[in-house]
Design a protein around this ligand. Structure first.
Ligand code: HEC
Ligand code: HEC
Length: 372
């Protein structure tokens, strides 16, 4: 997180009356309160980004020419109409590949401490995340230099770029331009935010009961806290494997390829999603995934890293039984109405549906010799 955001984060926590002694650390380090466990917080006030970059980034986000075979754009897997995910349990991946995890929402990327289900990238570096999405074989399979040449042949992109800076379209900067666009997408108008800022009628009394359980008996807040409901840490909650990963050889291949590129020893013996272990190689990290954010769940089913739960009722029932195999969770003994209240509360963290219209793909026109 940048200094500015960290400051605002502290203010946001302060605004709802939390312990003053909040320690905030840089980069992928989680936000930790020294005295109390942190609570959820309302979304910080929107601070507009660079308008010229955002405008350009919006075009690039929807443009399939940014993928190797022109087959997919970011929006294919992060579709505004599907909560900026794809609505599938497991991502289809780049044409001819199938992925072994769920495609998460890109909303609130600005407040993510880490990116990706296994938390392998630093949340303050959206440019690197975008580079991975563009160049990885399982997402867009694009060569950075080829992308730069393609984009330079689109006069409208050249003109938009010139509104931002004097030089020519440059591949590395394209990553940051798209990063700036996704960092502009955030949850707005969620009933919880109004409630946390003092409008006690903004959420139902059932949702209020759910909030008490969330902070109390159900213990959710110990991991789900801050403005997007994630402490940015990694845990094993024991979500069951999605059997489709092993039934579909294309998905198994993508998983094994991920292990091979990450340098996992004896990876051919692995047939489960080992989560953060593939990155750290520490046995204690087997099955650990990043705490998911809880914003806009209304639009982002199915849930978890492998889409194993279709509804929030199923998610809460899973927590109530103490999670799955190897989980750090304990059974909660919640009644049916407690569980309903928790779901009602979770839904108050969703805002208005964030819609951005696909601006279309401006035509290429091969530019005059010496001009590109
Ligand atoms: C073929 C599908 C696909 C395409 C195309 C794609 N993504 Fe993703 N995206 C995914 C999947 C799957 C993940 C999760 C991967 C994982 O955690 O292992 C992901 C993760 C992310 C995340 C991390 C969210 C979080 O909270 O951790 C962001 C942000 C993101 N993508 C943005 C983009 C952008 C920007 C583009 C275009 C440059 C893009 N994606 C293209 C499938 C896709
Ligand atoms: C020990 C830390 C921890 C606790 C306690 C915890 N969670 Fe989670 N939560 C996680 C992790 C980690 C994930 C991602 C797991 C995965 O994908 O395998 C997650 C995922 C979720 C998701 C899925 C979101 C999505 O977009 O897929 C929901 C909903 C959720 N938790 C709600 C709750 C509720 C409600 C409680 C309390 C009953 C709770 N959590 C308690 C760590 C925790």
């Amino acid at each position: 997180m940048k200094i500015q955001q960290r400051k605002r984060f502290t203010q946001a926590l302060g605004a709802i009356g939390l312990a003053a002694a909040v320690t905030l650390t840089v980069g992928t380090q989680p936000v930790i309160a020294q005295n109390n466990a942190p609570d959820l917080a309302p979304m910080p006030d929107v601070k507009p980004g660079n308008a010229a970059m955002i405008e350009l980034g919006k075009f690039f986000f929807f443009d399939s020419r940014l993928s190797g075979d022109w087959g997919v754009s970011c929006a294919s897997c992060h579709d505004p109409k599907k909560g900026w995910g794809d609505g599938l349990a497991l991502s289809a991946g780049y044409p001819s590949m199938e992925y072994f995890r769920n495609s998460p929402t890109v909303l609130n990327a600005k407040y993510r401490q880490r990116f990706l289900w296994d938390g392998r990238l630093d949340g303050s570096d959206a440019g690197t995340l975008v580079r991975d999405m563009l160049t990885e074989a399982h997402t867009m399979n694009m060569d950075g230099r080829l992308m730069q040449e393609r984009l330079q042949q689109v006069p409208e992109y050249d003109a938009l770029w010139k509104k931002w800076r004097k030089d020519d379209i440059n591949g590395m900067r394209v990553f940051n331009v798209i990063g700036e666009f996704i960092r502009s997408l955030e949850t707005t108008n969620a009933p919880f935010d109004k409630f946390a800022k003092g409008d006690s009628g903004a959420i139902s009394s059932e949702a209020k009961d759910g909030y008490e359980l969330f902070k109390g008996k159900a213990g959710c807040v110990s991991c789900h806290n801050g403005p997007i409901g994630s402490d940015g840490k990694l845990y094993n909650t024991g979500v069951p494997e999605n059997p489709d990963v092993l039934k579909n050889p294309l998905r198994t291949i993508t998983m094994l390829r991920h292990y091979a590129t990450s340098g996992v020893p004896n990876y051919m013996n692995l047939r489960t999603d080992v989560g953060s272990y593939a990155i750290t190689k520490k046995p204690k990290d087997i099955g650990k995934f990043q705490t998911a954010q809880l914003r806009d769940l209304k639009y982002t089913a199915p849930y978890m890293h492998n889409g194993m739960f279709k509804t929030l009722d199923e998610v809460v029932a899973f927590y109530n039984q103490g999670g799955g195999k190897g989980s750090v969770l304990k059974p909660l003994n919640l009644s049916a109405s407690d569980q309903k209240a928790l779901v009602a509360f979770l839904l108050t963290l969703s805002g208005d549906q964030v819609m951005v219209k696909d601006p279309g793909q401006p035509d290429m026109q091969v530019r005059t010799f010496g001009k590109n």
